[in-house]
Write a protein that binds this ligand. Structure first.
Ligand SMILES: O=C(O)Cc1cc(O)ccc1O
Ligand SMILES: [Fe+2]
Length: 445
């Protein structure tokens, strides 16, 4: 069933009225019914209102307090009350390890996903481009895209990692165990590992990207000499307030586990959490709130300065994955080539475009367009295309605002290995290499 007009109106009304609890990493809490949240202990002999107490851990019990993520949920039924899971088709979703294709050192670029078949929900609309690491070892990252036009009737949860959802076209209403979130293009939603949710499109066609982080949970990067403020500010991350559905009756619950989808039909909705508290919670964040730091003297800063969220590895400074945004900003560098420089990076870079244009690439047909993506794997040489290089080398260096687009990058420690469908996709562009052809020699000895 595709979304109906009255369905969208209803969902948009709900989205417009949502209340949130601000602050990344806070000990958030809430109760949809007064008195549902126990006071002074997590696990009373009998939880209030006849609810069941359940802990959901996002990190090992013993991880340092600063990294520890867990929440306590007070629900109508414990999650344990479910039948046996059975395998179901993965559709276009794939998991790590990625071994369908040989790792590819070529620079690659895709146009947007084709429109979905009518009646495609968010889960069925997920299409995996590639990734790295190993879900069973809790490391690596996967890049998915989605295109959907129908509300999810079923509920989904990802045991393999957290999901950073990046809408590019159309808004999403996310009904989660913790309550409701809405994310429109320009905003991102973060669903922690294992948290169950259902997606309702707020528009007839919704499209975007999903960064699935199988490593350590995303956190805000340290600020070092930047100081105590800047980049993504914690208070701009919004957690939901408690809301539950009390549905007795068959509900399909799909789980992604070690790369595969498993399903079970529960006799009630798993979105039955009446109260909760903790730090393992979903968030929505508006990328336009990002406080962009850049050069006010000369040279183009490395894009690490645009990091919104980072999933650290065991090596300090080496990310399992960074989520980076290229948000509107002023460029004022003197005697500086202002767009991204030519480079070969040990990290691998997947880029997507949420709207407008990106300052290193031509947009429009055959270019880097919203909904499209590019992959520059470990050590692949890339940077400004020929047109960008020529223009920026000749440009008058007056202060200029770059505010005609919103792009993002998933930068990861290991090459992104493509799925077969991404390698063979019709929407994989031919001849991306040509954007760097014709960069003639200007050398004068
Ligand atoms: O390749 C890209 O466009 C991403 C990028 C941007 C930038 O400003 C510097 C380095 C870099 O990899
Ligand atoms: Fe790059």
């Amino acid at each position: 069933m595709s979304g109906t007009t009255s369905g969208f109106e209803q969902a948009r009304k709900t989205a417009a009225g949502l209340a949130y609890s601000p602050g990344f990493g806070n000990e958030h809490s809430g109760e949809a019914v007064p008195g549902a949240l126990p006071v002074g202990r997590n696990s009373p002999q009998r939880a209030p209102l006849g609810l069941y107490a359940e802990q959901l851990s996002g990190t090992a019990f013993t991880e340092p307090r600063a990294h520890n993520r867990r929440s306590w949920l007070y629900r109508i039924r414990p999650s344990a009350a479910h039948p046996r899971l059975v395998r179901t088709g993965n559709g276009s979703l794939r998991g790590a390890p990625f071994a369908e294709t040989a790792p590819d050192p070529n620079r690659l670029r895709w146009d947007p996903l084709p429109d979905p078949a009518p009646g495609t929900d968010f889960l069925a609309g997920l299409w995996t481009l590639g990734g790295n690491g190993d879900a069973a070892r809790r490391e690596g990252v996967a890049v998915h895209l989605y295109a959907a036009d129908a509300p999810m009737e079923r509920v989904f949860g990802d045991a393999d990692g957290e999901l950073l959802i990046v809408p590019e076209r159309g808004g999403l209403l996310l009904r989660t165990e913790f309550g409701l979130l809405a994310a429109a293009p320009g905003q991102v939603a973060l669903i922690p590992r294992g948290v169950r949710f259902r997606v309702e499109p707020l528009d007839p066609l919704v499209r975007g990207y999903v960064c699935e982080n199988m490593g350590r949970p995303f956190t805000l990067p340290d600020l070092g000499p930047i100081g105590a403020n800047g980049l993504a500010n914690p208070r701009d991350f919004l957690a939901p307030t408690a809301a539950f559905e009390d549905v007795e009756g068959p509900v399909e619950v799909v789980t992604k586990f070690c790369g595969d989808l498993w399903t079970a039909t529960w006799d009630h909705s798993p979105l039955d959490v009446v109260a909760w508290h903790g730090s393992h919670v979903p968030y929505v964040y508006d990328l336009r709130r990002f406080n962009v730091i850049g050069s006010i003297s000369y040279d183009h800063p490395d894009p690490s300065v645009f990091t919104v969220l980072t999933s650290p590895s065991d090596t300090p400074g080496l990310a399992n994955a960074d989520f980076v945004v290229f948000a509107p900003r002023w460029l004022v560098g003197e005697d500086t080539f202002r767009p991204p420089y030519f480079h070969r990076n040990v990290m691998s870079e997947y880029m997507g475009l949420i709207e407008g244009a990106y300052d290193a690439k031509r947009t429009g047909p055959g270019g880097f367009v919203p909904g499209g993506g590019s992959l520059h794997n470990m050590m692949s040489a890339h940077g400004p295309d020929r047109e960008t290089f020529e223009q920026a080398s000749a440009a008058e260096l007056v202060p200029r605002k770059v505010d005609d687009g919103l792009a993002f990058m998933v930068e990861t420690r290991w090459p992104v290995v493509l799925t077969a469908q991404a390698r063979d996709a019709e929407h994989l562009q031919d001849g991306y290499d040509e954007v760097w052809q014709g960069l003639g020699r200007h050398f004068r000895a």
